[in-house]
Design a protein around this ligand. Sequence first.
Ligand code: R5P
Length: 282
Amino acid sequence: MKIIGGPASQLLASRVARELGITPTLCDFNCFPDGEAYTRIQDEHIKDVTIIQSTTTDSDLVSLLQMIDACGDAFIINVVIPYMGYARQDKKFKTGEPISARAVARTINADRVFTVNIHEKNVLDHFSTPASDLDASKLLGSHIGSLNLTDTLIVAPDSGAISLAKSAATGLGVDCDYLEKTRISGDTVSIKTKDLDVTGRDVVLIDDMIATGGTMAESIRLLRQQGAKDVYLACVHPVLARNAVIRLFNAGVRDIFATDTIEKAQSCVSVAPLIADAIRLL
Ligand code: R5P
């Protein structure tokens, strides 16, 4: 079994390879003078391979397609897409739109596909090969446990993220809740934790991803107004687009931590053990 890490997942692929006791196969990633991507795998004897590459940008997707094609003579090609871009466009929101997640999934020609906390599980059905989603919530939970917080409360910013919050909290034996929007009148809504009081507690807001930071910035402000001690952010995928980090610190976050599905300064929790376990079971 060989491990190949794409340009977006060099650190994660190295960590997975180390978990498995394999030296990762080197690739050249370069650009032609016109800007087109050039990829070359420095190994001519690929038989059984796992390619690891998040597709945060369009060029990451092109690199992934090039690596898969370059391994075309292998007997087995597994593809791990730790963060799959376009997964949020899993339906037509307006007529005339594509289902972009489906369009992307259809380009992946492999024997087996893995994702990590994909935004909607139904996207997995669009791959032409068996696809499974790995869950990083317990790894985030362990990290939360190592922070020595006061009376920890894990909170999902909406009901969509409650299963992530529950799973992270269960392993730790701490409380979890979610922010609920209640309409008070035609133009007034109140947003607060559904069941539990946050006063004096360290709160960890958790979500699958932070993109512009808008959802979390609003949630941080509300929790601080409601008397939370410190507010931390945890997410699987730190997209953190544009000025998201500054927005979140301006909103009063104490710290942000995430996994290495996207390799950022905040990616202090590695999903490598999760991916290595999945590969071992193949
Ligand atoms: C949405 O359903 C996701 O779970 C996240 O809540 C969302 O993508 C976060 O986006 P933003 O950071 O731009 O508010």
